[in-house]
Write a protein that binds this ligand. Structure first.
Ligand SMILES: Cc1cc2nc3c(=O)[nH]c(=O)nc-3n(C[C@H](O)[C@H](O)[C@H](O)COP(=O)(O)O)c2cc1C
Length: 230
């Protein structure tokens, strides 16, 4: 699939068919996900793949799936045949940036931005895009209880789960109400040369066609969203 198509087709899918996803497909997705950029090449992200139905149910319970269902969504979390829990280690970055090639005269970098979260987001995006490229659909839910997820999956204290990616073959789903906000216009989102710079001349920088990313309701078979905190 063309890269631009992968990006445009990606959207959070919140319902899945029960069909299992072959292990080699999941492996390919995560092999790409570990190739994301990372500050100092720290590679401070790890992934926990969960396919066991009881464990998926427990993850869904920790995320209070019944509240999603009560809000009119499908039990998408427990239904997704594969969960990928993305974890990041702040400590790994501190260790890396205390190595001689990174250590400045003042000691460890004054972190302008917590790169462990930045890199985790990059890894998340790779999982989501790789899933689309494999003909799968993916969703993402934030962590409701870090200690709960740590206990359930034996995640060491150093590793912080940033959320759960659900993977599977898409089923018709209900879209998130957040989408009604609409996508910010290109011109509002991007400035040139300086913040809120003048608009470029010509028409080569057009906004996305309106329905590229979120085709109309009822098209759940297309790569196809319950809680709107995202
Ligand atoms: C950091 C983050 C947290 C999110 N948390 C949730 C969540 O807990 N539940 C959910 O249904 N969607 C969640 N989303 C998905 C967003 O609602 C979704 O990305 C947004 O509405 C745009 O839709 P799209 O991804 O389909 O383009 C999250 C997204 C991000 C990036």
């Amino acid at each position: 699939m063309e890269f631009a198509d992968v990006v445009r087709r990606r959207r959070m899918v919140r319902n899945y068919r029960p069909d299992p996803v072959p292990t080699e497909v999941v492996t390919r997705i995560l092999d790409l996900a570990r190739r994301g950029p990372s500050a100092g090449f720290t590679q401070g992200q790890s992934f926990v793949v969960v396919t066991d139905p009881d464990r998926r149910r427990a993850i869904a319970d920790l995320a209070d799936e019944p509240s999603y269902v009560a809000a009119g969504f499908d039990p998408w979390i427990s239904r997704a045949p594969v969960h990928v829990v993305i974890c990041t280690s702040e400590e790994a970055y501190h260790r890396r940036y205390r190595e001689p090639d990174k250590l400045g005269p003042e000691g460890e970098l004054e972190w302008p931005v917590p790169y462990w979260w930045v890199d985790a987001g990059a890894a998340l995006m790779l999982v989501l895009l790789a899933a689309v490229d494999e003909g799968l659909a993916a969703g993402f839910l934030g962590v409701h209880t870090v200690p709960g997820l740590r206990d359930l999956l034996a995640i060491p204290d150093e590793w912080h789960p940033i959320g759960v990616v659900t993977l599977g073959y898409p089923a018709p789903d209900r879209r998130s109400g957040s989408l009604a906000r609409g996508r910010r216009a290109f011109e509002e989102t991007v400035s040139w040369e300086r913040w809120s710079g003048p608009e470029p001349e010509g028409d080569e920088h057009q906004t996305d066609r309106p329905d590229d990313e979120h085709p109309g309701e009822g098209e759940g078979e297309e790569l196809p969203e319950p809680r709107d905190e995202g």
